[in-house]
Design a protein around this ligand. Structure first.
Ligand code: ADP
Ligand code: MG
Length: 668
């Protein structure tokens, strides 16, 4: 055999992309296990293993011309090497000296004596690293590879060379050789999975994989990435859109457009305020969907405080007028309880039964009346909740739920209408990716007469002034929230505060005002009492964990102090800030940083600069990536290897369009 074969000739020759890696030459059970740690199970996984970076090994630098600080690739022969021990053999340095005709390079590795085994005098070696100093030219801990005159040398040298994420026990050289051999043998067998992408000008699949690993020029890497990213995005879009098409074909929509505003009219008449234009517009869209040709699948996006709840109430009333049940699911017991209070107040005068479902508490007797509005947490997903004619499912704060949960509730009926609501402003890439199968309504107008919210970032030394300010506000008749990143186990060394440990001190500081405590781990009944006290201004200050992040609505509360604000995500802080500014009074959000590091403070300043949740979400996405923002694990968003939602908006849009054309003009 004059060149190494990728596929073991003793194994079936039909080795193709979805075969396990063990069908490759040189991969036994042990190496397969190591590859498994990198997420590589199949041959295709191997080819999709994305290089971490590339080294331009077309140009080596003669040792004699190296400059201090320069990062360079050097090729030479080993002239001397060995380990020196010191401090009674507890420490060591391994030294490797290379010579390339123009000079000598000294390479050092501390406390890695076993490095000695890898090299022999006379070996031809390349090293890549930063030059620490000259005379003699020195590199510390460079990357190295021994050059061997084998058939696959072309993979490793005199080219742009891929450098892969590795795991202990695998070497760069071995993995690169494996990818090289596999591509050489299989490249012509890699069939085109998406001819429409090639038609649209993207690289064919086989070529993209080749260039991803072994590009002739660096620009090719990005072209290859774009092709592979498109593949990921297109597959997701096809899935989303065909799900929607199937729904349109199969489902017979329930007529839930209402009955001449029989309930809505008296509801709106009794309401203390007039709907905003945005609310009215969205309700029109919802009514059209609910009386239309296929079940509604609508996302209602509106920044905190834009008044989504009353829209949800009107949508529920449409279903109820039409004789169907409605269900509203919220992510926390606290929020479910609050919605229950609000809706009962709103709907009881109309004779509409409202039932609360939270775990550990049986639903009341009204549970059997129909049509009814059920409000609850995940408890709605249990068998106990079985509405006879479910016409509408509403999911509040939907970003807190997974797709699976949302669908589980939908399956309680026969294709009920679905309205999902979120205050998390979704950057456009994410919106198109996560919610590609939904129509979107936006509440882009705040109710009038709201006090302005001012936001401040304060360092720990300013805390006394902050508490003084809170007292002034309390004296003026307002109420305040104080939010902690943790319930207990603060860490005074790191300035990390915990609710249960700080409570006493805050009480003392704010005497004689009354202080309540709410968190997720207290019994529901007790928390309800605490919230009721705060709502009724029997307590003036509420200490809480981030449980109050969603939904809590107390218009007289105008101060929000967030302890250790640096511990929260920006989008989350924006949500917390949404708890104030709900009444006519001016409101104040004070972000108390537990640290003075400039990066942390600068990040918090984003909230001072932007009032608009949209800008904040974009910033959060840029700083932290999509996972943080969406709770990726449960969002149904796949782990993209090549697509980058932070910058691939144009690809997402193109994929959406291609999917739509391919599925025959359907979709959103
Ligand atoms: P979110 O969109 O954050 O869920 P809510 O539905 O909780 O907002 O509404 C915030 C507050 O604004 C509530 O007190 C609600 O009663 C009030 N509200 C809603 N719509 C209007 C309106 N059109 N005019 C005045 N206040 C309104
Ligand atoms: Mg809300």
């Amino acid at each position: 055999m004059h060149y190494a074969q990728a596929v073991d000739s003793a194994k079936p020759a039909t080795c193709i992309l979805n075969q396990p890696v063990t069908c490759l030459w040189g991969v036994g059970a042990e190496r397969a296990e190591l590859l498994g740690k990198l997420g590589i199970q199949t041959v295709e996984d191997l080819l999709l293993h994305r290089p971490r970076r590339y080294e331009d090994r077309r140009q080596t630098v003669p040792i004699g011309t190296l400059q201090p600080g320069q990062t360079a690739l050097v090729r030479g022969r080993v002239v001397v090497h060995g380990v020196k021990y010191y401090q009674r053999r507890s420490k060591s340095v391994y030294e490797l000296i290379l010579e390339d005709g123009s000079g000598r390079l000294y390479c050092h590795w501390w406390n890695l004596p076993f490095m000695e085994k890898y090299f022999r005098v006379g070996d031809e070696v390349i090293v890549f690293g930063a030059v620490r100093h000259l005379r003699p030219a020195t590199m510390d801990h460079p990357e190295t590879e021994v050059l061997e005159a084998d058939e696959e040398a072309g993979a490793h040298f005199e080219r742009i060379t891929p450098v892969y994420p590795l795991t202990e026990g695998l070497t760069q050289r071995w993995l690169r050789g494996l990818v090289w051999r596999t591509l050489r043998q299989l490249a012509h067998q890699i069939s085109e999975t998406h001819p429409e992408l090639v038609q649209a000008g993207y690289l064919p699949r086989g070529e993209a994989l080749n260039r991803l690993h072994f590009p002739a020029e660096m620009e090719e890497v990005e072209r290859a990435r774009r092709r592979l990213a498109m593949e990921e995005l297109l597959e997701l879009q096809l899935r989303l859109q065909s799900r929607r098409l199937k729904l349109q074909e199969r489902a017979r929509p329930l007529p839930c457009g209402g009955d001449n505003n029989r309930l809505i009219k008296p509801f709106l008449a009794r309401l203390a305020f007039k709907l905003t234009q945005a609310q009215t517009r969205v309700l029109r869209e919802i009514r059209q969907d609910m009386s239309g040709k296929c079940p509604m699948r609508r996302l209602l996006q509106g920044d905190v405080g834009t008044g989504k709840t009353v829209v949800a109430a009107c949508a529920a009333l449409m279903a109820l007028e039409s004789g169907y049940d409605a269900a509203l699911m919220a992510p926390t017991t606290l929020l479910a309880e609050q919605h229950y209070q609000t809706f009962r107040q709103w709907l009881a005068p109309l004779g509409v039964p409202v039932v609360l479902h939270i775990s550990g508490r049986p639903a009341e007797v009204a549970g059997t009346a129909s049509p009814q509005l059920a409000i609850g947490t995940h408890a709605l997903l249990t068998e106990d909740f079985a509405p006879p004619r479910l016409g509408l499912v509403i999911i509040d704060e939907q970003h807190k739920f997974g797709v699976a949960q949302r669908e589980a509730l939908v399956r309680k009926g026969r294709y009920p209408h679905l309205l999902i609501m979120t205050a998390t402003p979704i950057p456009r890439t994410l919106g198109l990716t996560l919610y590609g199968d939904l129509d979107v309504s936006v509440l882009d107008e705040r109710p009038v007469g709201r006090g302005h919210i001012r936001t401040f970032v304060r360092t720990p030394d300013k805390a006394p002034k902050v508490w003084e300010f809170v007292r002034q506000q309390l004296e003026a008749g307002r109420q305040a929230y104080v939010v902690y990143p943790r319930l207990e186990e603060g860490d005074s060394e790191n300035g990390l505060k915990a609710l249960l440990e700080e409570g006493e001190q805050v009480r003392r500081l704010l005497q004689p005002w009354r202080v309540g405590v709410a968190h997720g781990r207290m019994p529901a009944a007790e928390r309800e009492r605490v919230m009721a006290d705060f709502r009724a201004n029997r307590t003036q200050v509420l200490l809480a964990t981030s449980v109050i992040e969603v939904g809590v609505d107390v218009p007289n509360a105008t101060v929000m102090v967030v302890e250790n604000a640096e511990r929260f995500g920006l989008a989350q802080l924006h949500q917390l800030r949404g708890r104030i500014g709900r009444g006519a009074h001016a409101s104040y959000c004070i972000l108390l940083a537990g640290t003075k590091t400039p990066e942390a403070l600068e990040r918090l300043e984003t909230l001072v600069k932007h009032e608009d949740g949209f800008a904040i979400a974009e910033e959060d996405l840029r700083l932290r990536g999509p996972g943080e923002l969406t709770g990726q694990a449960q969002s149904g968003l796949p782990d993209f290897r090549f697509a980058d939602l932070r910058r691939d908006l144009s690809l997402v849009e193109a994929a959406r369009e291609l999917a739509r054309r391919q599925l025959g003009g359907g979709g959103a």
